[in-house]
Design a protein. Structure first.
Length: 156
């Protein structure tokens, strides 16, 4: 894949994210949010691992990245909805402003490390490692949320 084709990859991710948003908006309420996030995280993990085998194929990479975006919507939208529902209206500006700053800060380190790790391990290994981390993180997050929800329901 050429550097000049990078925009196509970004567009594919955006298209997938948009399609995922439509799907979550229309069909998401039929499913528990914690399962949408789990399915999304596992889908993202699978896509990242699949990218390890498509680094030289533009169309295959675009399809995988579009699916990655779709799965990202299954994670992000339920979580953002929950944050908005649980945050008092008077605090939303502060909470979302802080969240935006934290996301921007949290993105800086991985971007800086990615090139160093890629140079040492190779792009395919970076994708597999990222997929494993996303999968483990998604399952752990789901487990923590599910356990807390069950305790709350048992007490109430």
């Amino acid at each position: 894949i050429k550097a000049s084709q990078f925009g196509f990859l970004l567009a594919a991710g955006g298209l997938g994210l948009g399609l995922g948003a439509v799907l979550v908006g229309n069909f998401g309420p039929r499913f528990p949010r914690r399962f949408l996030s789990l399915w999304g995280a596992l889908g993202m993990a699978s896509c990242l691992i699949a990218l390890a085998w498509t680094t030289q194929q533009l169309w295959a990479s675009m399809a995988v990245i579009a699916t990655l975006g779709l799965c990202g919507a299954f994670v992000g939208i339920p979580m953002q909805t929950l944050i908005q529902e649980k945050t008092p209206e008077a605090m939303r500006g502060k909470v979302f402003g802080l969240q935006n700053n934290m996301v921007n800060i949290a993105l800086s380190l991985p971007l800086a490390l990615a090139s160093v790790v890629e140079a040492r391990l190779g792009l395919a290994n970076v994708f597999v490692g990222m997929g494993a981390l996303v999968g483990i993180g998604g399952v752990v997050t789901w487990y923590i949320a599910d356990t807390a929800l069950r305790k709350t329901q048992a007490q109430g």
